[in-house]
Design a protein around this ligand. Structure first.
Ligand code: FAD
Length: 318
């Protein structure tokens, strides 16, 4: 069985920052990533609000973090965490898609995933017209008619992005006003090929081998809109069922953990979008990664005697 001091689940902003801090403190750090490193931010081209890096591209940002973590010694493995338990010997025992690990401490930085609409046909046409990321898949619909579902910043930004490459964008929202920044709403409302559908919801999606139309429920009754693509942007949901037996989760599935990232399971920390917090952004994810690595280092130092000899190194590097 492979062994590490600190096992980090997720190579997004929180996880890679935890790896940077963990490695600098002298811990052996392994990061598990089930998809591509970088997490959610690779889906955006323009980050306006990360302090000191105005206008940086999401992929560029993720590449820089990845390189920084690897240069400091983090081992980033493209494996998914599938099972986790804690032994009476204080070690965490983990099963991954690539084998098994034991770790002295674990930081869960697995972010959150796109919420599904739950309508009829959504699963059938996923990847065949139904998408959860306009910047990833928008180019497949160049010159075509598409729809975006949602009323927040992400939905409106996706609609704006698609309006520059698609013929027409139907923006479907269940309320009568959007919940986005005023500046973004104004841009959407003044873009001629974005058609808002207020108080509307997708009842089902239809097609043959590919998506062809949406059935909307509107205040005037059901109506059909012919589209080649449907982009679902109705928010994110955590995927923490794996940890439900180890830790306390809240009613929405987020880890119950404060600014110190401490969960109800000793030695297991939750960092970034996966924990309860008022603001899910890069800057708060990075902050959590640093704090969680610091807390994990203190825990390992206190719990595993073989680490004590390195305790002074840990203090010096922070
Ligand atoms: C389109 C878009 C634009 C955004 N723009 C901005 C912006 O401009 N500024 C800003 O501050 N924030 C922005 N955000 C929000 C920001 O991206 C998130 O707050 C941030 O990415 C959270 O980082 P994280 O590390 O907690 O999670 P994530 O970025 O979600 O990373 C989690 C990682 O964990 C991996 N993972 C999940 N489960 C497992 C598992 N079982 N095993 C192994 N790996 C796993 C995932 O594949 C993923 O790579 C944007 C988000 C989106 C979607």
């Amino acid at each position: 069985m492979r062994e590490t001091d600190l096992l980090i689940v997720g190579a997004g902003t929180a996880g890679l920052t935890a790896a940077i801090y963990g490695c600098r403190s002298g811990l052996v750090c392994v990061v598990l990533e089930k998809g591509m490193f970088g997490g959610q931010i690779v889906n955006t081209t323009d980050i306006e609000n990360y302090p000191g890096m105005p206008g940086v591209d999401g992929v560029e940002f993720a590449n820089a973090l990845h390189q920084q973590a690897e240069k400091l010694g983090a081992q980033i493995l493209f494996e998914s965490l599938e099972e986790i338990t804690k032994g009476e010997d204080h070690w965490f025992y983990v099963k991954t898609s690539g084998g098994a690990f034991r770790a002295k401490a674990v930081i869960v930085a697995n972010g959150a995933e796109h919420r599904k609409l739950g309508c009829q046909g959504e699963e059938t046409f996923a990847g065949r017209g139904v998408s959860y990321c306009a910047t990833c898949d928008g180019a497949f619909y160049r010159g075509k008619e598409v729809a975006v579902v949602g009323g927040g910043n992400t939905a409106l930004e996706e609609a704006l992005y698609l309006s520059s490459i698609c013929e027409k964008v139907h923006l479907i929202h269940r309320r009568d006003t959007f919940r986005a920044h005023q500046k973004t709403i104004q841009r959407v409302l003044s873009t001629p090929n974005i058609i808002p559908h207020y108080q509307s919801a997708v009842v089902r999606v239809e097609g043959n081998t590919k998506l062809q139309s949406l059935i909307l429920s509107t205040p005037e009754g059901e109506t059909t809109v012919a589209v080649a693509g449907l982009f679902v942007a109705i928010g994110l949901a955590p995927q923490n069922q794996l940890y439900a037996l180890l830790c306390q989760l809240d009613e929405n599935g987020y880890f119950v953990a404060g600014e110190d990232c401490v969960t109800s399971c000793e030695g297991l920390y939750a960092a970034g979008d996966t924990r309860q917090k008022p603001l899910r952004q890069l800057v708060t994810a990075a902050s959590d990664g640093a704090v969680a690595a610091y807390m994990a280092g203190s825990y390992i130092g206190g719990t595993f005697s073989q680490w004590d000899a390195r305790g002074s190194l840990y203090q010096r590097l922070f």
